[in-house]
Every structure is written in C-alpha cells, then in structure tokens.
Design a protein around this ligand. Structure first.
Ligand code: FES
Length: 140
C-alpha cells in the first residue's frame, strides 16, 4: 500500500460491537460423522462446547463442510469483537477429536479467545491453515 492510500478501517456497529468469541464447529460430511471417525463421541463434543458456552459467555454454532475434511474434526475459533480489535483473527483447529482438544478449545474461548488470550501450547500444534476460499456458513 502506498503512502498516498489511506489504510482501510473497520468499524463494528450494533450487535457486532459486542460479539462474543464464537466456536464454529464443522458438522459437514466428515466432521462429526461416527461412521468415518469412530472412537470419538461427536455428540458429547458438541454438548460439552455448548455447555461451556452457556457457562462462560462465548458462542457455539455448527456449519456445513468447511473444506479440509482430511483434518476433521475442524473447529474455527472466531475472535470476539474486542479480540478482533486487539488483532485476533479466526483460528482453525484441525483433528479436534479427543477430549483434551475439546477442553483446550473450550478453555481458550472461555479466556477470551484470539486477540485476548494465548491459546494452550498443545492446542497450537493443531492449528491448520484455512482453505483459500474459506467461508463459514451457519447451519443452525
Ligand atoms: S466436513 Fe468438516 S471439513 Fe469437511
């Protein structure tokens, strides 16, 4: 960007100013499917995240396939409005299959999420790159 071009500004208005950290939990064709990924209690995982959200004030929603099915289960940790203002960006977590990962995602969101709290170090090992054309679509 040249010196003559002003930096783009982002303003959040209305409810977006107060948006909490949001976990976007993929429940598409592969994520959450016990036939493709047996040995993981996918229903428990979603219930656990939702109960954590109710307790700590973050939000959880599900979405159709986000793209990287080979990294299922995928959870995107969206920053809160305050987290975004502090520089937080959506963070993609892959291979979110075990209880420890579920608890770490919950822990991080409860602490504020991207931009407001450091993620657990072991969770960082599961960060994956989003597909180039990533779009999060809400299913519920
Ligand atoms: S079903 Fe989750 S990435 Fe495809």
């Amino acid at each position: 960007m040249s010196a003559a071009t002003p930096a783009p500004r982002t303003f959040l208005i209305g409810a977006a100013r107060e948006r909490p950290c949001t976990l976007v939990v993929c429940r598409g064709c592969c994520c959450g499917d016990p036939r493709k990924h047996p040995g993981t209690d996918h229903v428990w995982q979603l219930e656990r995240l939702r109960s954590g959200a109710a307790e700590h004030g973050f939000s959880v929603r599900t979405t159709d396939c986000l793209g990287p099915c080979d990294q299922a289960n995928v959870i995107v940790v969206q920053p809160s409005a305050a987290g975004r203002r502090a520089g937080g960006r959506p963070t993609w977590v892959g291979f979110a299959m075990d209880d420890d990962c579920t608890e770490e995602v919950l822990e991080w969101a409860a602490a504020g999420g991207p931009g407001l709290a450091e993620p657990p170090v072991t969770l960082e090992l599961q960060f994956v790159d989003p597909p180039r054309d990533a779009r999060v679509r809400s299913r519920r």
